[in-house]
Design a protein around this ligand. Structure first.
Ligand code: ASP
Length: 325
């Protein structure tokens, strides 16, 4: 009962700020639960810029709160004051963490207001530039010849690169040494320097490095080949023989549970305007991402989609036996 009163009091106080003036002179903080310079950070920074105009020229700062495969940043937003000034931009981890991670410090289904899906992003399997193999077939032989010696980077337990790496090891029946980072920005730096061997990461992070030949690319994780000129010649992992292998990352925007409906409506409308911004679309498409246009850009559609993703990934993760502590 006490909790209910406290909640009602916060909601009333927040509503008193006049939702129609939101955000006014207030700064909005968009929490990115991974390191700066990586793929989630890239999407957040482009989105923050595209949201400025529809939010009346608001100041939107990106706050990187990395660690624990996005759990730390997501938990921070779940506990923030629900007044629309603290938002979370997170990826597929919202749907895989509940299965991959034990003791998640927040509840994906009930601790957030869902504001809409932003985009879908394919992943690529890449290696250090000095890798002896030059195509997927040669990579398979190299993996077989180097059992027990392969270092595979990831952005922490529950991250997209972690999920992709676990599924890859399960599908190829190999075991690699996981090397966790606070995001795939530091992971790709180490990959380019040869400190680790392999990484599975979003095209938004890997495309510039593939183009500059600072890493080698072997395959994409989507079920169909990509059309981006840079990546169109890469085989899918399905084509390369890994039956049913398919991972596509998506990003969504969230506010803490209890954010007043007038504010979440305003944020959703701003998001939909940002998703139509030609400059935002151009930047995203240039990196292999597809900006969302379907029913998932509505809060109900977003929430339904995440629930469906949890239902989809849970049996795949369990069947692959890739639970992590
Ligand atoms: N790409 C990362 C992941 O593997 C996250 C990031 O650094 O944006 O989940």
């Amino acid at each position: 009962m006490k909790k209910l009163f406290a909640f009602a009091a916060i909601a009333a106080a927040v509503a008193g700020v006049h939702a129609q003036d939101f955000p006014g002179s207030k700064t909005i903080t968009m929490v990115v639960p991974f390191a700066a310079g990586g793929p989630t950070d890239r999407v957040a920074r482009d989105l923050a810029e595209a949201l400025r105009k529809p939010l009346g020229g608001a100041t939107i700062v990106v706050d990187n709160v990395p660690g624990a495969g996005s759990s730390i940043g997501a938990a921070k937003v779940a506990r923030a004051t629900p007044d629309g000034t603290t938002l979370l931009l997170n990826h597929i981890g919202m749907s895989t963490i509940p299965t991959l991670v034990r003791n998640v410090p927040f509840k994906v289904e009930t601790d957030f207001e869902y504001l809409g899906i932003v985009n879908d992003v394919p992943m690529t399997l890449i290696s250090r530039p000095t890798m002896e193999a030059n195509n997927y077939k040669e990579l398979t032989a190299w993996i077989a010849a180097n059992k027990g010696k392969i270092n595979l980077g990831n952005a922490g337990v529950g991250s997209a690169s972690h999920l992709c790496g676990l599924l890859f090891q399960s599908a190829t029946k190999t075991e690699m040494t996981p090397v966790p980072y606070k995001g795939t920005a530091p992971a790709i730096t180490d990959l380019m320097g040869g400190q680790i061997d392999l990484l599975c990461d979003q095209t938004t992070n890997t495309s510039p490095q593939i183009e500059a030949k600072k890493v080698k690319a072997f395959a994409v994780t989507t079920s169909k080949r990509l059309t981006t000129p840079l990546l169109k010649d890469l085989p899918t992992l399905q084509e390369a023989g890994l039956k049913d292998f398919q991972v596509t990352i998506w990003h969504g925007l969230y506010a803490p549970k209890g954010t007043p409906p007038a504010i979440t409506k305003k944020l959703n409308e701003a998001l939909k305007a940002a998703l139509k911004d030609p400059e935002f679309i151009r930047k995203q498409e240039g990196l292999g991402a597809v900006v969302a246009t379907d029913g998932r850009i509505e809060p109900e559609g977003h929430k339904k989609f995440v629930a469906a993703e949890i239902a989809k990934w849970s049996p795949i993760i369990k069947a692959a036996g890739v639970y992590a502590d």
